[in-house]
Design a protein around this ligand. Structure first.
Ligand code: 5RP
Length: 220
């Protein structure tokens, strides 16, 4: 999709020589990573911190050296996609199942830049089911607690088995009618025993790169 390529590539402008860069997961930030690999061949020096096994493989293929997560004290910038972005720049993430590592890296970064094609821009979060990472133990009970908050829920499956995140956890996709208060919902979800993290990234994005109606790049 050309929109994903345009916004994905634009994000490299936030990356400067010598930076440690959080590398998100998905088909939009894919273009950022490919472009960073090209720029490295032209002399850029960076270290990457991948948010998933998939991104780790891609970064290695692109010749981006990986920082040792145990040794880094800061991430200069993290770049990642989103499933939805609201008017306050709150995000819904985790469609690709990488939300836990993505949130850890985004929180640790000095700047968090989001790349989002225009289809991701919404007034209110909630048309997309909210991904929630849960421990496998007692998943049906955790699922019921999430349902009691007003969601229709589904345990995510892949090839006939519960989908497992890179952390060995399951994902519950929770369709809430309309998420008018994402801050409260994020807190309520994370208080349920069994929930590891949820895909609401509230007040975290420093900038969102997208396209306007005329297909020009805009940075919100
Ligand atoms: C993965 C994510 C992705 O950033 C999100 O799903 C957007 O993906 P894409 O850029 O492929 O549309 O949160 O866990």
């Amino acid at each position: 999709m050309i929109e994903k390529k345009i916004v994905g590539e634009k994000a490299v402008e936030f990356v400067k020589d010598g930076m440690t860069v959080g590398l998100g997961t998905g088909s939009t930030v894919y273009y950022t990573i490919i472009k960073l690999g090209q720029l490295m061949k032209e002399g850029l020096t960076i270290k990457g911190v991948p948010t998933s096994v998939e991104t780790e493989k891609l970064a290695i293929e692109c010749g981006i050296p990986l920082a040792n997560i145990k040794e880094i004290d800061q991430i200069d910038v993290a770049i990642d996609g989103a499933d939805e972005v609201d008017s306050q720049l709150n995000l819904m993430k985790g469609g690709g199942g990488a939300l836990l590592r993505e949130k850890i890296i985004a929180r640790a970064a000095k700047k968090f830049i989001v790349v989002a094609d225009p289809a991701k821009i919404v007034n209110h979060l909630g048309a997309f089911p909210l991904p929630i990472e849960v421990v496998p133990f007692g998943v049906e009970m955790t699922n019921e607690q999430i349902r009691l908050l007003g969601a229709e829920t589904k345990i995510r499956y892949s090839n006939g088995n519960p989908y497992q995140s890179d952390n060995g956890n399951y994902i519950i996709d929770a369709k809430f009618p309309n998420i008018l208060n994402p801050v409260t919902l994020e807190q309520k979800l994370n208080m349920i025993p069994g929930v590891v993290e949820n895909g609401l990234f509230n007040q975290m994005a420093n900038a969102v790169i997208t396209l306007n109606a005329e297909k020009s790049v805009v940075i919100k």
